[in-house]
Ligand binder design. Structure first.
Ligand SMILES: Nc1ncnc2c1ncn2[C@@H]1O[C@H](COP(=O)(O)OP(=O)(O)O)[C@@H](O)[C@H]1O
Ligand SMILES: [Mg+2]
Length: 248
């Protein structure tokens, strides 16, 4: 079983604060791996370091066996490493469909193929009904779903999803979980950061728990839900929907 991503002993400090300390983990190809940890643990910072938005002070990041530490975001995207942002980006003045068509031009020159792929994504994300609506006119939950579609429309090999379920209603969470679950079957490996613990537990093949920028534990969802160090970190951090809720 091969790793699509390897994070090895990454250190990153900003403004006198050591945000990541010797952090190491792997993401297996065509698997769903989740990164969990209390607020401020460093999850978004790891995403920034992996996707080239922040530079690690030391350590190595490998994507498909190549060292990519310090590589610029656009270059990583063109190599097939894509990410979502906690704040929705996208092209608000375009229709939902066109937002998805444009991403497809990352890998095809055919308008017909791009439209066909957009239609598939519209269906998978249950956006068909709002396909012709202006992206800016959508409620926030739908815009977040579109943002995931937009990133996936570029056909990445690895996608980093950062809290894409925040602000979604229960039905939208179900749509998103089903969509994410289907990604490995389409050759897309997933690294997920998600506050919605029940979704994390149900969708992940493997979970990496971090605390204060350091490795805390890793294992299957069952192993993580029963890990004393993880439970303590969550309780100590005062997170509102702690890991214990996920078992209910
Ligand atoms: N550019 C930065 N400069 C200084 N501190 C930062 C910067 N980015 C993040 N931090 C700090 O690093 C810690 C981890 O943040 P973050 O990675 O956003 O955590 P998480 O996503 O796990 O909630 C927080 O204490 C945050 O304030
Ligand atoms: Mg974050």
């Amino acid at each position: 079983m091969s790793n699509i991503l390897e994070v090895e002993r990454v250190n990153l400090a900003r403004g006198g604060l050591q945000i990541l300390s010797e952090l190491s983990f792997n993401v297996r190809e065509n698997h769903i791996t989740s990164l969990i940890g209390p607020n401020g643990a460093g999850k978004t910072t790891v995403f920034n370091a992996i996707s080239g938005f922040m530079k690690a002070d030391s350590g190595t990041i490998r994507f498909e066996d190549r060292v990519v530490t310090g590589m610029l975001p656009e270059k990583l995207t063109s190599k097939g490493l894509a990410r979502t942002f906690q704040r929705v980006r996208g092209l608000p003045s375009l229709s939902v469909r066109d937002n998805l068509v444009i991403g497809a031009f990352n890998h095809t020159n055919s308008v017909k193929a791009a439209r066909a792929q957009a239609d598939e994504l519209l269906e998978a994300l249950q956006l068909t009904e709002v396909a012709d609506a202006n992206a800016a006119s959508l409620p926030i939950g739908t815009r977040k779903i579109l943002e995931v579609g937009r990133v996936l429309s570029t056909k990445p090999k690895l996608v980093l999803l950062d809290e894409v379920m925040g602000g979604l209603g229960p039905t939208e969470v179900k749509v998103m979980v089903e969509f994410i679950r289907g990604l490995p079957g389409q050759g897309v490996s997933v690294l997920l950061v998600e506050h919605h613990m029940e979704a994390v537990m149900s969708v992940s093949d493997h979970i990496i728990a971090i605390n204060r920028g350091k490795n805390l534990a890793e294992g299957t969802p069952d192993e993580i839900a029963n890990d004393h160090g993880v439970i303590e970190a969550y309780l100590g951090g005062g997170i509102d929907d702690g890991i214990a809720d996920a078992e209910a």
